[in-house]
Design a protein around this ligand. Structure first.
Ligand code: ADP
Length: 500
């Protein structure tokens, strides 16, 4: 019996790792998932144990492989890795062991370093070279902090004894038994150390952030040769052939590999990316410029905007306020109303991200009357995801001069049909939801499978995915205008309020 060609995709996320074995015809043959420990050593600090990430990843990969083996004879031709971005690991080149816990993207400890760099007037240089802003979110200042706090590590780094990398590089290191020290351009573009124009580490930025060049991994295209994963850990030997940061992997998994194609992930927060083709577009509307993939898994560019609170507003109404038993119940509650009756909810719990960038703003609900019921508040939380998305997409269109013809969606809240229909209406653009919502893992599989010969072209990979569902606008223009005006006024009023 012929064996089904397959790809092992590892999605190493912030709270857990998912492993999928995906057949060449798109079927998921096996899966594994496990959460792992979050460490909060001080207020604002977030760390992960890199050894635990290794162990959890290996365990879920073995589970997925085992499931696939029990299902049908197959051969894993390639491994794809996608990962939580910006989180940084430093390890000893000799022993291969981490020298410190991984510092996670959410960690705010480097705010003073960012401020110091801003006050010294470096923001513009950083922005023009990297497409990013000086914020603790990105990897670079985490390295600055580590080497400032631990002079012994600085000394060893300067002697060339240490290696660093984002989680992809750590997993490549682990799976190849220390043979490869590599990262891809999408992950590199989130470090503050990578020059978007040259596609290389930038010596001036390395100096600015006090990072010795010897620490850094070599760069590869996202579909590329990342070394051979050895048999002892996974029980199979296969080339690691695809690597991309989670949002870029999702963009690729959604088939957005040409200018004008956009995806939105509706999770805790929402992450929008618009592919802008082969030249980086710099933003005048508070968006980031980042590396994405072309149809061959090579280097291309995207604009990125995030909404901090999306599905989390539903979570808050569920857990903090007790208005609904489970997040999916929000759908029937929203559907039970004819309209929003003028109720708007701006869930700026941690400030407003793109395109407003107002860190001091806090959440607010407007338009309450004696007739307001829990359904209104739940519907308003769903509507907020759609309005926020529309604002970011508009900013992207203004920056790129490209009008999007369709929005591709994924993430937990994209399972909500009412929300997707409302989103299509608010945008007046069709919304496409793929059969498999795990587009991040799918993207890693696609990149690895292209390089590993499981799919000949990106279109073959896309064709192997099941039928997508298309939501088309049924909203009247005047209705859309009323909704958008109501939302704009609510955002304005939210920004006008400061407690205390
Ligand atoms: P993350 O990866 O950020 O943890 P997920 O993609 O798993 O998030 O999505 C979970 C989020 O989506 C939660 O905040 C939850 O409240 C919200 N959510 C899940 N299902 C629905 C639904 N059917 N309708 C609205 N929101 C939902």
């Amino acid at each position: 019996m012929p064996r089904t060609p397959a790809v092992l995709a590892l999605d190493q996320g912030t709270t857990g790792t998912t492993a999928l074995v995906i057949a060449d015809d798109g079927r998921v043959l096996g899966r594994g998932y496990s959460e792992f420990t979050q460490h909060f050593p001080r207020g604002g600090w977030v760390e992960h144990d890199a050894d635990e990430i290794r162990d959890v990843t290996v365990r879920v990969a073995r589970e997925a492989l085992e499931g696939a083996r029990n299902r049908e004879p197959h051969s894993v031709e390639a491994i794809g890795i996608t990962n939580q971005r910006e989180t940084i690991v430093v390890w000893d080149r000799g022993t291969g062991q981490p020298v410190h816990r991984a510092i996670v993207w959410q960690d705010r400890r480097t705010a003073p370093i960012c401020r110091e760099l801003q006050e010294a007037g470096h923001e513009e240089l950083v922005r023009s070279r990297t497409g990013l802003v000086l914020d603790p979110y990105f990897s670079g200042t985490k390295l600055t902090w580590l080497l400032r706090e631990h002079p012994d590590l600085r000394e060893r780094a300067e002697e060339g004894e240490l290696a660093c990398g984002t989680i992809d590089a750590w997993l490549v290191h682990v799976l190849t038994g220390g043979a490869a020290h590599l990262t891809d351009h999408t992950n590199a573009s989130r470090t503050l150390l990578y020059n978007l124009e040259t596609g290389k580490w930038d010596p001036e930025l390395l100096e600015l952030l006090e990072v010795p060049a010897s620490l850094l991994p070599d760069l590869r295209e996202s579909a590329g040769d990342f070394g051979l994963a050895r048999g002892e850990l996974l029980g199979i030997e296969a080339p690691i052939a695809g690597v991309a940061g989670d949002q870029q992997a999702a963009l690729f998994g959604q088939g957005c590999w040409e200018a004008g194609l956009a995806k939105n992930t509706y999770g805790t927060g929402a992450f929008l990316l618009l592919h802008t083709g082969t030249t980086p577009v710099s933003s005048r509307h508070g968006l980031l410029t980042t590396v994405a993939c072309d149809p061959e898994g090579g280097r291309a560019f995207a604009l990125e905007g995030s909404i901090f609170i999306a599905g989390a507003a539903i979570q808050w109404l569920r857990d903090g306020v007790g208005l609904l038993p489970a997040a999916p119940d929000s759908e029937a509650m929203a559907r039970s109303l004819e309209g929003n009756d003028g109720v708007y909810f701006v869930p700026a719990f941690v400030g407003l991200g793109a395109p407003h960038w107002d860190p001091e703003a806090r959440g607010a609900i407007f338009g309450l009357t004696r007739g307001t019921r829990s359904e209104h508040l739940v519907r308003a939380a769903l509507e907020a995801m759609a309005f926020g998305t529309a604002e970011v997409l508009e900013a992207m269109e203004a920056d790129s001069g490209v009008r999007t013809s369709e929005l591709r969606v994924d993430g937990g809240a994209a399972g909500n049909d009412w929300l997707m229909q409302f989103q299509a209406g608010v945008l007046d653009v069709p919304v496409r939801r793929p059969a498999l919502l795990e587009t991040t893992a799918l993207g890693a599989a696609g990149l690895a499978g292209l390089q590993g010969g499981v799919w000949n072209t990106a279109s073959d990979f896309l064709a192997a995915q099941g039928e997508a569902r298309l939501f088309e606008s049924r909203m009247k223009p005047e209705e859309r205008e009323t909704f958008r005006r109501g939302w704009s006024r609510a955002v304005e009023a939210t920004r006008g309020f400061r407690p205390g």
